[in-house]
Structure formats: C-alpha cells, structure tokens
Write a protein of this length. Structure first.
Length: 117
C-alpha cells in the first residue's frame, strides 16, 4: 500500500482510501466514493449493472440504505485475492513475532526438520 487517506462525508459516511501498486506498476485506488457508493434500491432495480461494475472496476461497492452503509459487494476474484493477501500478511506477522520471541531455527535445522537436502 502506498498511501492511506481518511475521508468523511457529511458526518455520516466515512471510509478509507487505499492506493495499491498493481503488477503493471500503476496505482489503483481501492475505493472511489463518487462511483462506488450505491443505494440498495439500485441493486434491487438493476443487479446486473452493479455486478458488472464491481467486476470491471476491481473495487468493492458500498451499498447504502437511508444514507448509511449496510453491505459491501465485491467480485469473487477480488475477494479471493484479498483473502490470500491477508493470510500472507498474518503469516509474516506471526513469523516476525516468533523471531522477536526467540523462536527461530537455523536454515540447516529447518531443512533437517523438513527432510530436505
């Protein structure tokens, strides 16, 4: 993540903008409030358009009811990628915590335990 900004809209709706670097080297904004906040009635009226938007934009969409966020819609591929990234980051944090706690082994010991040459 390159940059995180906090945004507030009319005291009722808040969110975080996260910029991430894509494989192509370009930055992608993760939430665009001008396009990614949709009333729940829009989903009821035209669900295909909403699904097409999240699949093409690769950003989550916030559904609102009476001006308040009630749900997030995200493409399955983006959701799975985000879950993989979170799992990786949790593993890195756990590994760093192990190092801080002195629970580390040498490369030779790790290879021996795993039965690797």
């Amino acid at each position: 993540m390159v940059q995180i900004e906090r945004m507030l809209f009319s005291g009722r709706l808040s969110g975080t903008l996260v910029w991430s670097k894509q494989p192509q080297g370009r930055l992608l904004m993760r939430v665009k409030f001008s396009e990614d906040v949709v009333p729940l009635t829009d989903l009821k009226v035209n669900p295909g358009r909403v699904i097409k938007h999240v699949n093409e934009a690769h950003r989550p969409l916030l559904l609102t009811s009476r001006g308040r966020g009630v749900a997030v819609v995200q493409s399955i591929s983006d959701y799975e990628l985000a879950e993989e990234e979170r799992a990786f980051m949790r593993a890195v944090v756990a590994g760093l915590a192990d190092l801080d706690a002195g629970r580390a082994v040498s490369l030779a010991e790790a290879r021996n335990r795993l039965g690797l040459p």
